[in-house]
Design a protein around this ligand. Structure first.
Ligand SMILES: NC(=O)c1ccc[n+]([C@@H]2O[C@H](COP(=O)([O-])OP(=O)(O)OC[C@H]3O[C@@H](n4cnc5c(N)ncnc54)[C@H](OP(=O)(O)O)[C@@H]3O)[C@@H](O)[C@H]2O)c1
Length: 213
């Protein structure tokens, strides 16, 4: 499978690239720097901006799937406007490239903890992640209106960090998954396993899934 991965140098993107490469897929690793992280040796590094629809169209052409693991600006400004604009451009580019499959690394804040309550709206939600979570929620809401692409939005658990690749995890839908101790967590390596499984199997279309222990 030929995968073009925007955000390939990031904490999560690097692990998706490494997992896909280990299964024999071809990876075009895009970031604004164009760097190929050591763990993704074998990928083709390209510099590109996911917020530039024309660049996305050119970079995505000829691939079987587009992955977005880009992060919103984290300079303290509200990322809502630039990140939703980035996703509009990305979608435009993906359509122009004629690629149908789009897999998005999403956020956990939009996951449900009660019928009418998202994690981001719970009292203990860390203030520092709030704008990023609300921004991801807006991206997902907008993605849910897209019916001409075969998209999937993959929310990590509430906590995701570099760790171990165990290959053992649970998959869910719109609800936050927590373990027996009440912790919602996943290693970035296991998240990548679930993500690449989804790319290979195409089990989910036009919906959100989540991955947690
Ligand atoms: N529990 C949660 O909800 C949770 C936790 C962690 C992360 N996340 C989400 O997961 C995603 C990935 O997070 P991360 O921590 O892996 O991010 P990260 O380490 O900051 O990496 C972001 C990647 O995106 C690239 N990038 C940023 N803007 C870009 C642009 N305009 N065009 C092309 N590439 C761009 C960066 O490279 P350049 O800067 O070189 O372009 C980098 O490769 C984010 O959307 C984040 O919000 C969710």
């Amino acid at each position: 499978m030929k995968i073009v991965l925007f955000g390939a140098t990031g904490m999560i993107g690097t692990r998706i690239a490494a997992e896909a490469l280990s299964r024999g897929h071809e990876v075009t690793a895009v970031s604004r720097s164009g760097r190929v992280p050591e763990a993704a040796t074998g990928a083709t590094g390209v510099a590109g901006d996911a917020a530039d629809a024309q660049a996305v169209a050119e970079l995505a052409a000829g691939h079987d799937a587009v992955v977005s693991a880009v992060s919103p600006p984290r300079d303290g400004s509200n990322p809502l406007e630039p990140f939703t604009a980035l996703y509009e451009a990305l979608l435009k580019g993906v359509r122009a490239a004629g690629v149908e499959r789009l897999a998005v690394v999403g956020g956990a804040g939009s996951l449900l903890v009660a019928e009418d309550t998202k994690l981001v709206h719970t009292p203990g939600f860390p203030e520092v992640y709030k704008n990023e979570a609300l921004t991801h929620d807006a991206v997902l809401t907008s993605l849910r209106t897209v019916d001409d692409l075969d998209w999937v939005y993959v929310s990590p658990a509430a906590e995701i960090a570099p760790g171990e690749r165990t290959g053992t995890f649970r998959l869910g839908g719109d609800w936050l998954l927590s373990d027996a101790d009440g912790n919602s967590r996943i290693s970035a390596e296991d998240y990548a396993v679930a993500f690449v499984d989804e790319l290979e199997q195409g089990a989910t279309s036009k919906a959100r899934i989540t991955v947690a222990y």
